[in-house]
Design a protein. Structure first.
Length: 113
């Protein structure tokens, strides 16, 4: 059974940084597009960033220049580096594999003003 385990969330002040990790098992991230989504209270889940097997990245407009998605194939782990965090970035962040519709359990990110 595929597992995606997120970690790295927490409480941070506006302007701060966090790095989220998504450790995958029973799936090889290097040959799959990987994605990060987020869902704020009362809002729809939205796509934050993707990285393809070829390394191409794409970002939600509101996070461009602040967030960076990357992966470590040796560790089979995907990362989301989040800098210059804003209160509106507060959400549960999920790791996702589009090809197989696999979701992680989510990690809470809270940005205080």
């Amino acid at each position: 059974q595929v597992q995606l385990v997120e970690s790295g969330g927490g409480l941070v002040q506006a302007g701060g940084s966090l790095r989220l990790s998504c450790a995958a098992s029973r799936i090889t991230i290097s040959i799959n597009t990987m994605a990060w989504y987020r869902q704020a209270p009362g809002k729809k889940r939205e796509l934050v960033a993707t990285i393809t097997d070829g390394g191409r990245t794409n970002y939600l407009d509101s996070v461009k220049g602040r967030f960076t998605i990357s992966r470590d194939n040796a560790k089979n782990t995907v990362y989301l580096q989040m800098n210059s965090l804003k209160p509106e970035d507060t959400a549960v962040y999920y790791c996702y594999v589009p090809t197989y519709n696999y979701w992680g359990q989510g990690t809470q990110v809270t940005v205080s003003s």
